[in-house]
Design a protein around this ligand. Sequence first.
Ligand SMILES: Cc1ncc(COP(=O)(O)O)c(C=O)c1O
Ligand SMILES: Nc1c(O)cccc1C(=O)C[C@H](N)C(=O)O
Length: 406
Amino acid sequence: MASAQESDHLDPLKDLRSRFTLPDGLIYLDGNSLGVLPTGLGDRMSEVIERQWGERLVRGWNDAGWIDLSSHVAGKIAALVGTGANCVAVGDSTSINIFKVLSAALSLRPSRRVILSDKNNFPTDLYVADGLTRLIGQGYELKLATAETMTDALDDSVAAVLLTEVDYRTGERYDMKAMTRHIHDKGALAIWDLCHSAGAFPVHLDAAGADFAIGCGYKYLNGGPGAPAFLYVAQRHLEDITPALSGWMGHDAPFAFTTDYRPAEGIGRMKVGTPPILSLSALNIALDAFDGVDMSLLRRKSQELCDRFIFEVEHRCPELELVTPRDRARRGSQVSFRHPEGYAIMQALIANGVIGDFRAPDILRFGMTPLYLRHIDILAAAEILERVMQGRLWDREEYRARAKVT
Ligand SMILES: Cc1ncc(COP(=O)(O)O)c(C=O)c1O
Ligand SMILES: Nc1c(O)cccc1C(=O)C[C@H](N)C(=O)O
């Protein structure tokens, strides 16, 4: 392996780091939880607040293009997930969008009663799916399998399979195309959660044959805390779904203010209520950081950063057990290790200038965000982790006290 300095020198994406503002003296390996601040976003947001909101007031919906902003942002996200703007809607949270696409999927398979998911899926996916089955009643149920048993669990009772492409804890990645094919072979629909995919590596929703997808704006898309989420509906389904959350912004003519609901044409019907213009503007600005970025180069750099981190940590900290697949194709853009004292270790690491996070029960999680991380950051993070482990710096009461948000 080339030295970290050499790799950075040769990195074709090295100039992208200047598109972000990172705090001095900190190595940030948590972009898979919350992305960093894009450079200039604050100034551009002041413009939105002072000029658009402050001066244009309600005229901003037309003059400043607020009414079309979510469609504009949808076009930028569509380019990152392998589809067109006509298949993506931006707004609401990931959790709400899971509800929207799941209910749409169930309505397309009315004779089937099962939602199938992965028992290791992110909890909100499972909670929303479970809540939806309870809401509809009529024998609907959520069944769970693991990545290993998923294809066996697929039978002709399954209406929709809800999977997160990259496991939030281990970083293990489903083969979206192959799994979608299995799902279709059984007559079910495939819904992909792209929270840990969009912006981290190229995603090809249309080519994979996905039916629906959802994802958040605040991780690898860097849209800021609580940024609007997105959803995808394959073109072939667009005219066949009647949204369960049939809000006025998804109406064919919202400003006709009619009593009856008539869904908008195409993806527009998946919109619900008034778009959050401030956070949508921040996401819109943040997405400019992807301008001209070759996503296949981004993937390659992410794989190299992950490989380097695995190599350095395994050599320096033998007591940490790698849980992320070594095989590049089988992982997303994070590296996770297991240790029974994972929480305290992560707190000590954060206190020493390296931010990752901990996921219960014992996972230390490190997000590799290739837009702004350098190889020297990865090396330095491994060196600091080694110090924390060798000196047992984590073995202090204060590092065991759990924070509200971990
Ligand atoms: C896979 C996955 N789905 C959903 C969510 C969260 O959903 P929401 O954005 O609604 O909080 C997360 C993380 O927060 C996640 O990792
Ligand atoms: N969405 C989060 C939040 O609102 C607060 C703190 C953390 C998060 C997360 O990103 C959790 C998450 N999606 C995860 O991958 O663990």
